[in-house]
Every structure is written in C-alpha cells, then in structure tokens.
Design a binder for this molecule. Structure first.
Ligand SMILES: Cc1cc2nc3c(=O)[nH]c(=O)nc-3n(C[C@H](O)[C@H](O)[C@H](O)COP(=O)(O)O)c2cc1C
Length: 184
C-alpha cells in the first residue's frame, strides 16, 4: 500500500549534518503552518513557533549550550557533543523553536513530530532537539535567550526542530516489534 503520510513517517530520521542551502520562504511558512495544525489538549494551542534563520545567532546559542555542559561538568554529554564536533544545530539553516506555556510538554512533542513528518514529506532533512533547552532553563542565561528569541511572557523552551538539506547519510531506526502487544 502506498500512502504519503505513512511513507513520510517511515522515512523520517534524525539528520545530524546539513548543507548551507537555505529552504525557501514559502516552504518554511508551510512547515510553520503544519506545526500550528498540531492538536493540543482542549485545543489550548499553548505553543508559539519562532523561526530562526539568523546563522550567527544559532551559532552563538550552539556555543552557549556546549559551554553550559562544560560548566556543569556533565562529562558524558560533553563527550557525546565532542564526537559531533560540538554541533548542537548541525549547521541547519533554519531552526523552529517551540516556546510553550503551562508546561504543555506533550503538546510540544506532538507539534515537533508534525514538523518532522511534514519536512520529511517535502524531502527536507530535520531533527528534533531537546539539548538547546539548557540555556533557557539555566537561571544565569534564561533571560538573555528568552529575550533574544522574543519568547512571549510566561513561555518556556519546549523543543526545537532543525530543518534543511541533508549532508549526511543514514536510515530510519529499526522498529522493535517486541514493543507491540495486542489484547483481543
Ligand atoms: C524529544 C527529543 C529530543 C531530542 N533531542 C536531541 C538533541 O538535542 N540532539 C540530538 O542530536 N538528537 C536529539 N533527538 C533525536 C534522537 O536522538 C533520535 O530521535 C533518536 O536517536 C532516534 O533516531 P531517529 O530520530 O533517527 O529515529 C531528540 C529526539 C527527541 C524525540
């Protein structure tokens, strides 16, 4: 059976290297709308989408995230990031930041997957990112980054989704059917 939604779901994977090629504005707007089409509890729509394409700003945040883990002495994360050349956003040309109110983490997660599937369906590389959240949650840097990204009052970092053109190779993870059961 061929089905566009299922094809995108099964093709999606996390891309960790991007070319410098920009995604056109029309496509970015379409992706943002796909994000905002996500369902939310009681239709509260608690997530704001902030599209960042300012490369120096993305690189500044990348360094701040790496510095956070070094300062925190979190060796395992520092090592993991080092193996990825200290990349947090992997040179993606666009990052969608999902700012959320009322701790609606589930709604953020659902929205991030909408974005990931929509991007995949358009042939775009993407990755959902939790790590950047450290600079929004660290009391030493939270005000700075919320201001830089124009978070509305009362909004917190939810997730980010980087989107662009793939510069890596890979394949979707294996599906573990051990995690499937039926009660009939
Ligand atoms: C909520 C969430 C947060 C994630 N945060 C990061 C991150 O900060 N950095 C990263 O490289 N990958 C991140 N990932 C990607 C996961 O590592 C990835 O989804 C997982 O390894 C499975 O691989 P796949 O996405 O290719 O199927 C995140 C994924 C999710 C769902």
């Amino acid at each position: 059976m061929s089905n566009a939604a299922l094809d995108a779901i099964f093709a999606r994977r996390s891309n960790r290297a991007y070319t410098a090629q920009k995604v056109d504005d029309e496509t970015i707007t379409l992706l943002a709308k796909a994000a905002l089409a996500a369902p939310s509890g009681s239709n509260a729509q608690p997530v704001n989408v902030i599209v960042v394409q300012n490369v120096p700003l993305i690189l500044e945040m990348e360094k701040a995230v790496v510095d956070y883990f070094i300062r925190a002495g979190d060796e395992s994360v520092v090592e993991r990031i080092k193996k990825r050349n200290n990349k947090i956003f992997y040179d993606a040309s666009t990052v969608f930041f999902l700012a959320v109110k009322n701790k609606a983490a589930v709604d953020v997660g659902i929205m991030s997957e909408n974005l990931a599937i929509a991007a995949t369906s358009l042939g775009l590389a993407n990755i959902i990112l939790g790590l950047p959240g450290v600079v929004f949650n660290d009391p030493a840097t939270t005000a700075y980054w919320k201001e830089k990204l124009h978070f509305p009052e009362g909004y917190e970092y939810g997730l980010a989704v980087a989107v662009g053109y793939a510069a890596d190779e890979g394949k979707p993870h294996d599906i573990d059917l051990e995690k499937l059961s039926y009660i009939r």
